[in-house]
Every structure is written in structure tokens, then in C-alpha cells.
Design a protein around this ligand. Structure first.
Ligand code: ATP
Ligand code: MG
Length: 498
């Protein structure tokens, strides 16, 4: 018999209107174990973790810690029982500092009773952050950090709570290789102290690197639990999607057309320096580089979201200066952002409204035919992208993380833009849906669209790009053709040497 597990969840069920998010799920974690949780977008992974963290109610089922019934009815109770969680959608307070976020609710006391010991809080927060091997000013407000930085704050917060069980819901989605290795060494040290870790990720290679066991979920049910050593990648995928999946990333060869979008000497002090770039019709240009290299800044400048100091942007040969993203959209430019919460989605609006939002100018609300067309198009995109939602009228905030990302994509596919800028388009998207997205990208470029794709996933960059631009420290460090590009060459350009 195996010893009493650290955590045991049994018969957990949860229903939402129109969705059985979880059905009779059993899940166990041993002390010192890294237990991976995988499954397609909407399979129920986050819901299970939210129930564990007391952030979501269950309809039935039991949770035991050390074999004892655990009364988890609120996040406070879960925290008290030693459960820490890193949420997929961050839970940080934007205008508080990094340190205040890390210690929220447990700020160290100051010299005077009732006051916070800021000096101590900053010092301890800085130690935790340094321990993660990242450079972050703990006094900076969180909203000023890039997404990856915010992710590190979430991780630091959970790590500092002295939790016995830590659930990480896609902690790696925004991290670079270097940061990922720091996270893994943190996980190993937590593990050696007997902490039980639940690790959710769509990047299966990480599961093989860090996890001891894996539980696969599909449609709210547990399909199986196995030691990672007993499975290979294809077997996990088969359990996840219920069929074989020949995952192929490849851009169809298509002749590049005339120049669509062009940047010359684009400079924004402090973030972009003399950027030259061309994007042609029918072309996918990959933009590679480390987090912080300026890729998102470039996308924002091209999209009119940030101003630039010098240089110019041309659209089909004509010089343009977008005053705002709306202005860029009117000119046929679309941007799929990495930060879907801040820029991509309006969470309180329905899936259909979100999809049709960017194109409202083209659709008059009083035009009966257009309203119908709008509905039909929304339906088609929901089907094409396999967006898991009970209806187009579901609020976007009720969708799983990966399905929200698909809505952001659908929105730009709907606008029929001429040039699309994709910033980490498949972040948080399951393996099966990724293939669908690549297929859609192929369809788009075939119809003459040009796509500028920022991605930190090298297989995606290599598979989908006709040309690859590598950025480093705000500059274009080099360009590689599809034929000559390799992971090593990209990394060498991205890091500036050996
Ligand atoms: N508050 C809610 N209201 C209605 N439906 C919900 C709510 N929260 C989750 N769901 C639904 O429950 C199902 C499971 O969602 P969950 O977020 O657990 O999926 P997931 O496995 O974490 O997916 P992903 O990989 O995309 O993050 C989805 O169909 C989702 O739309
Ligand atoms: Mg999730």
C-alpha cells in the first residue's frame, strides 16, 4: 500500500450553466512529488485548481490533506492549510509594488504597531526575487512590468508563502528558457523540502523534464494517471485528444507579393533603435528574440499603440502615422497581443461581441442583414477554431484561458485585416488547437495577408516563418531565411554571441 498522500481530491464535480467542467475527478499528490496536469483547452485543469485553492465551489467531492478532511471554503482557508497557487490569469494588484504584491495580507510589521515594515518588506522581497535569478525592482508597481515579470512576481508570491502544496497553472507560458530553468531549480528545491507541486503546462517537453507523474484530463474527466517515465509524448497527446495527432507545423510555400508594411529607421528612445522591416503579402515574418528584446515594443509602435521618435512606417508604399490602434485597425492592421486581459478581450462581453468588436465600423447595428452576417461569421469562427463555449452569447470571462486566447485570434480573423501582427499567438493553446491555428495562418497568407509573428517558441518560428528577424536590445540583430535558420543560429543572434 502506498502511504497516505499529502493531497487527495476525490470525486470532485463542478457544473456551470451548459458546461460540466469537472465530473467525478480523483487527483492525488505525494509529498515531494511534481505532478503534471495536462489536457486540452477547457478540459477542467484550472477549475480543479481553483477548487483546491478555495476560489471556486465544488458541487461534490472531498479534499484531504495528510488523510484528514480539509475544510476549504475560501482562499484564506486554503492558504492557512498550506496551499499556494499561481493563477493562469494573474491575480496581482497592478498599482501596488512588486514587494507589496508578494506580501499582500502578510506584510511584515514595522517598528510601530500597526505599521508596515517597508524596509524589511523590500529587503525580503528582493531576496526572494534574486533567488529566482531575475532582475526586478521590488519597488516598481506591477503594472509597469512586462508579462514575464508579472509571472515571476506570481511565482515569488507563492514560493514565499511557505506552502506545502503549490499549484502552478501554466507558469511557463511567458518565460524564456533562462527563466524557465530558474523556475525548475526553484521547483527542485521545493520538492526536496517535501512540497507537493502541481504543474500545468501545454508544453509537453516540460512535463518530461520536471514531472514525476502526469494526470491527463479530457472534457472534465480524468483520463488517467501515470508515471511520466512510462509514457511518451504521442501517448500523452492521444490521451488528451482521444486520437492520434500528427502535429505538423509548416508554412505552405507561397510566393511573396508586393510590400505591405514597412518600417524604416524606426526609433523609440529606450526601446527601439533604427528598426528596418518589410512585410509582404502572403508572407509570414517571424520575429524572434529574448523576452525584453523589444519585440512587443516594435509591435506596439507599428500598431499605433505607442508613439515613436524618428523613422517612418509605410503601408503599401504610402507613409502613415497611426495616431491610435483604432487608426491602425481602420487601415487594415490587426494586433493579437500577448496580454489578452489588458488589450485583447473585454471580459464582461460575450464571445460573439468580442469577435465582432474590432470590426464594428463595418457593421451597422441597425442593419438587419449585417447583424445576421455577424452572427454567422462568429459561429463559423467558433467552429473553425474549436472554441469551447456553450454558446456565442457566453461571457468571455467564463471561458478557459486557452479558449479566451482563441477568441482574441477569432476577432482579428473577423476583421479581414491586410497585415496581422501576432504576439505569441499560441501561448496557452493546446497542441491540437495549435495545429488549427497554423492551418488558419496558412489560409490567411494564401489570401494575401501578411503576418508578422512574434514567438518565443522556436519550433513555431522555424516551422511557420518565411523569413526570421532576430531582435536583441531594441535592434534587429540579424535576418535568416527559412532555409538557413536553425535554433542555434537564432539563439546566437538573440544573445549576441556564444
Ligand atoms: N465561471 C465559469 N462560468 C461558466 N463556465 C466556466 C466558468 N469557469 C470555467 N468554465 C468552463 O469550464 C470548463 C473548464 O474550464 P477550465 O478553465 O478549467 O479549463 P482548462 O483545462 O484550465 O483550460 P485551458 O488549457 O484553456 O486553461 C470550460 O468549458 C470553461 O468554459
Ligand atoms: Mg486553464
Amino acid at each position: 500500500m502506498s502511504p497516505t498522500p499529502l493531497l487527495s481530491m476525490q470525486g470532485i464535480s463542478r457544473q456551470y450553466p451548459g458546461v460540466q467542467a469537472l465530473l467525478d475527478v480523483d487527483f492525488e499528490v505525494a509529498a515531494g512529488e511534481v505532478h503534471a496536469l495536462v489536457g486540452e483547452n477547457g478540459a477542467g485543469k484550472s477549475t480543479l485548481m481553483k477548487i483546491l485553492a478555495g476560489a471556486e465551489d465544488r458541487d461534490s467531492g472531498e479534499i484531504r490533506i495528510d488523510g484528514k478532511q480539509a475544510p476549504i471554503a475560501s482562499p484564506q482557508q486554503a492558504l492557512h492549510l498550506g496551499i499556494g497557487i499561481i493563477y493562469q490569469e494573474f491575480n496581482l494588484i497592478p498599482y501596488l509594488s512588486v514587494a507589496e504584491n508578494i506580501f499582500l495580507g502578510r506584510e511584515p510589521a514595522g517598528a510601530l504597531p500597526g505599521f508596515v515594515g517597508f524596509a524589511r518588506m523590500y529587503r525580503e522581497a528582493q531576496e526572494i526575487i534574486n533567488g529566482l535569478g531575475v532582475r526586478l525592482d521590488v519597488r516598481a508597481p506591477v503594472h509597469r512590468l512586462p508579462v514575464a515579470g508579472q509571472q515571476m512576481v506570481e511565482i515569488a508570491k507563492a514560493a514565499s508563502q511557505q506552502a506545502r502544496i503549490i499549484a502552478m497553472d501554466e507558469p511557463s507560458a511567458t518565460l524564456t528558457d533562462h527563466e524557465l530553468q530558474n523556475l525548475f531549480s526553484l521547483i527542485r528545491s521545493l520538492k526536496s523540502r517535501g512540497v507537493g507541486i502541481i504543474y500545468i503546462s501545454h508544453r509537453l517537453e516540460e512535463i518530461f523534464e520536471i514531472a514525476d507523474r502526469v494526470t491527463v484530463m479530457r472534457d472534465g474527466r480524468r483520463v488517467g494517471t501515470c508515471p511520466v517515465a512510462d509514457l511518451d509524448r504521442d501517448e500523452i497527446i492521444r490521451m488528451m485528444v482521444g486520437r492520434d495527432l500528427k502535429e505538423k507545423i509548416s508554412k505552405k510555400a507561397s510566393p511573396a507579393g508586393e510590400i505591405l508594411l514597412e518600417a524604416r529607421n524606426l526609433t523609440r528612445r529606450g526601446s527601439l533603435e533604427n528598426i528596418d522591416l518589410t512585410l509582404r503579402r502572403g508572407e509570414v515574418v517571424g520575429l524572434a528574440g529574448l523576452v525584453g528584446a523589444g519585440r512587443t515594443e516594435l509591435a506596439r509602435a507599428l500598431f499605433g499603440a505607442d508613439p515613436f521618435d524618428s523613422g517612418e512606417i509605410r503601408l503599401e508604399g504610402r507613409r502613415v502615422r497611426f495616431r491610435s490602434p483604432q487608426d491602425a485597425i481602420r487601415h487594415g492592421i490587426g494586433l493579437v497581443t500577448e496580454d489578452r486581459k489588458a488589450l485583447g478581450l473585454i471580459l464582461g462581453m460575450t464571445v460573439r461581441e468580442n469577435i465582432t468588436l474590432a470590426n464594428l465600423g463595418a457593421l451597422s447595428a441597425f442593419d438587419f442583414i449585417n447583424a445576421r452576417q455577424e452572427k454567422e461569421t462568429a459561429h463559423r469562427l467558433i467552429r473553425d477554431l474549436a472554441i469551447k463555449t456553450p454558446s456565442p452569447e457566453q461571457e468571455a470571462q467564463n471561458l478557459s484561458g486557452g479558449n479566451q486566447q482563441k477568441v482574441v485570434l477569432a476577432k482579428w480573423l473577423f476583421t479581414e485585416s491586410r497585415a496581422l501582427i501576432f504576439d505569441e499567438p499560441t501561448r496557452g493553446i493546446d497542441v491540437g488547437s495549435k495545429v488549427e491555428i497554423y492551418r488558419l495562418m496558412n489560409r490567411l497568407v494564401e489570401s494575401g495577408v501578411g503576418i508578422l509573428m512574434i514567438s518565443s517558441e522556436l519550433p513555431e518560428i522555424l516551422g511557420m516563418s518565411d523569413r526570421i528577424l532576430v531582435m536583441r536590445q531594441g535592434r534587429i540583430a540579424g535576418e535568416l531565411s527559412r532555409e538557413e535558420a536553425t535554433q542555434e543560429k537564432i539563439m546566437r543572434l538573440a544573445t549576441g554571441g556564444e
